[in-house]
Write a protein that binds this ligand. Structure first.
Ligand SMILES: *Cc1c(COP(=O)(O)O)cnc(C)c1O
Length: 368
């Protein structure tokens, strides 16, 4: 039987040529020339002054939190419904994540609930744009201004997406991207921080490189950093992928719309929002939320049995065993996030997906 995985990357441009160049020139480490090229080109594309390429998107968040000196006694407001990366960066830094429920339709953080969670200890807000549709940024930006809070923007699922015509990844004091193979462009593993302030950029560069002091005595350190450097080979892939980014986004949107049309009116499932007043969905993934856990389980197991891959939605931060063990989020409830975490899953939507695959998946849904 033919198995359709949830993701298949598309490597159809200059990836091979640039990779060969790395091998032939011997530039395989993070010192190679593709790194600066990728950083500059991606920063230009997003409209930021500086890009700092790193080993992965989670590492970018670790650096962002430390670069902004978020630590003990600080609180950071973030969505309950997200991948664990931003929460783990905050907890590792010794700060406390403070959660906000999601909007039941867009699945993004319900920004109307943020202000009531602000205390004198709040130092930053982390927004995480979910599944291809951006967070409603204007209210977040005004709260940051009103209370003097830093904004970290996790734009890992938003390459090329805009909010009211402005690029996602351009809003945060620090914004972060991931280039994992299921993102709109990939470097295999990889990530990038986007910054405008040159001093902050310098700080991020230092933290990605074991906090070596630029200009200081080598191997003498004043603080702890990480080795989150990206290799020249990853950046070579990144440069090639970036040449095709518009095509990738169009393709993802086409996949999303094919699902929307094919599944319109289907009983028992909530489909993603195709557009809001501020953005059109670019369908990082195509998610569905079933009316019940039973329907969700049944559908997923039938799809899988027929060779169609699926993934469950993120699991809520306040229900993570690891955080509960630390005494975090005890007795907290975020009903919308809990509902979509339990009943949501997504279908194959990789860039390598063919129209034939999509028709087969839609047909299977209708037969179930
Ligand atoms: C993929 C993703 C990450 C993590 O990126 P990695 O490169 O896998 O570490 C972080 N945040 C969001 C929202 C993501 O989708």
């Amino acid at each position: 039987m033919n198995f359709i995985p949830v993701n298949t990357p598309l490597l159809s441009g200059n990836e091979e040529k640039y990779l060969l160049e790395c091998i032939r020139t011997g530039w395989i480490s993070s010192e190679g020339p593709f790194i600066r090229q990728f950083e500059e080109k991606f920063a230009f594309y997003i409209g930021r002054n500086e890009g700092i390429a790193v080993a992965n998107g989670s590492g970018a968040l670790d650096i962002a939190v430390q670069a902004l000196k978020i630590g003990n006694d600080d609180e950071v407001i973030m969505p309950a419904f997200t991948i664990i990366s931003p929460a783990q960066s905050v907890v590792r830094a010794g700060a406390t994540p403070v959660l906000v429920d999601c909007d039941p339709k867009t699945w993004n953080m319900d920004v109307s609930q943020i202000e009531s969670r602000i205390t004198p200890k709040t130092k930053a807000i982390i927004v995480v744009h979910i599944y291809g549709l951006p967070v409603d940024m204007d209210p977040v930006l005004s709260l940051c201004k009103k209370y003097g809070l830093f904004l970290i923007e996790d734009a890992a699922e938003m390459h090329g997406q805009t909010y009211k015509g402005k690029m996602c990844g351009s809003f945060g004091d620090i914004s972060t991207f991931s280039f994992y193979p299921n993102k709109h462009i990939t470097t295999g593993e990889g990530g990038m921080l986007m910054v405008d302030d040159p001093e902050l950029a310098e700080r991020c560069r230092k933290l990605r490189n074991l906090a070596f002091e630029p200009g200081g005595r080598r191997f003498v350190h004043n603080e702890l950093g990480w080795n989150y450097r990206m290799t020249n080979m990853q950046a070579a892939l990144g440069v090639a992928q970036l040449e095709k980014i518009d095509n990738h986004i169009t393709k993802k949107r086409e996949i999303g719309q094919a699902y929307q049309t094919g599944l319109e009116g289907i009983k028992g499932f909530q489909l993603p929002v195709d557009k809001t007043e501020y953005a059109k969905n670019i369908y990082w993934v195509f998610g569905l939320v079933a009316d019940s856990e039973k329907l969700c389980e049944m559908t997923v197991s039938k799809l899988n049995a027929l060779g169609i891959g699926t993934r469950p939605f993120f699991w809520c931060m306040h229900e993570q065993p690891v955080f509960r063990k630390m005494g975090l989020f005890i007795n907290e409830k975020y009903p919308c996030a809990e509902n979509i975490a339990r009943n949501g899953f997504y279908c194959p939507s990789g860039l390598g997906l063919t129209p034939k695959d999509i028709s087969f998946i839609i047909k299977t849904f209708h037969e179930l």
